[in-house]
Design a protein. Structure first.
Length: 278
């Protein structure tokens, strides 16, 4: 356990500064390359898990079909961004996350059915396309806002882990992920809110504007927990502990971006309509 935690910390100390540097100081092409790598690795991990227990033959064809559709969703995202129509994809993604939230809240047991792999597959085509669209659009609007979002979600996730580990008593959604606790969730909200207030102080925002961003941060943190649970649901369905092993101590790429899946589109669309941050 201690060895895994050490790997987790070392990986974070290497990846986060590099990512922050790229966001603040690199150009458009570098960010698009990074996002494409993240999306395609995540798509590969989703595909692997979706077809893990699949009894049908020719899984390779389904795998490449899924990857191709994700590629098309990224192309569509770029077209929507170019013609300033990205709002439609983001709103659709937010509505989809609303339905996913309702499902997760009401789930009673993990149903392992092979046909569900197709449902997850098509849902994640929209989700991964909207993640690319959200993060890239945020970068175009404000690299600082993108870095704030990633920092908010990451630190909230860390807080949930440590508070849940040391003080957690009541499971959050025991059926999906027994290790996530209510205490951990509130710990993530407190740390995220503190980070938001510090950010607003340094930006010298007015009180009313700070309250808008604080409301948005709490909403984003709450939905990031849903994103985490949605990926945990697929891991339980497929029998995997992690989505991959590319990041020592963390697992797969999807294990790190799962919280951003709903957080990024919600942060973008609410910022846009509330005129907060971007």
């Amino acid at each position: 356990m201690q060895d895994n935690l050490k790997k987790r910390i070392i990986t974070a100390l290497i990846v986060y500064p590099l990512l922050a540097f790229c966001i603040l100081y690199s150009n458009d092409l570098v960010i698009r390359m990074i996002l494409n790598i993240i999306i395609f690795l995540s798509a590969f991990e989703v595909s692997k898990m979706c077809f893990y227990n699949n009894l049908y033959e020719d899984n390779n064809r389904k795998h490449y079909f899924f990857i191709a559709l994700v590629f098309l969703s990224i192309l569509l995202s770029n077209i929507l961004i170019k013609y300033n129509l990205w709002q439609y994809l983001i709103i659709a993604a937010c509505l989809l996350w609303g339905f996913i939230t309702i499902y997760i809240i009401n789930v009673k047991k993990i149903i392992i059915l092979d046909r569900f792999s197709f449902i997850y597959m098509f849902i994640y085509i929209v989700i991964l396309g909207s993640l690319y669209c959200s993060l890239y659009t945020l970068f175009l609007f404000s690299p600082e806002a993108l870095l704030f979002l990633i920092s908010l979600v990451s630190l909230s996730d860390i807080a949930a882990f440590f508070v849940g580990k040391h003080f957690g008593r009541r499971p959050f959604f025991n059926i999906i992920s027994p290790n996530k606790t209510i205490e951990g969730f509130f710990g993530s909200v407190l740390v995220g809110s503190f980070l938001t207030i510090i950010y607003c102080i340094f930006q010298d925002y007015e009180f009313n504007f700070t309250m808008k961003i604080l409301f948005l941060s709490v909403l984003v943190i709450s939905m990031s927990a849903i994103g985490d649970l949605s990926v945990s649901l697929i891991k339980r369905y497929s029998g995997n502990k992690d989505t991959g092993n590319i990041l020592p101590g963390h697992g797969g790429i999807l294990d790190r971006v799962d919280s951003l899946l709903p957080a990024a589109p919600i942060f973008l669309i609410f910022s846009y309509f509330l005129s907060a941050i971007i």
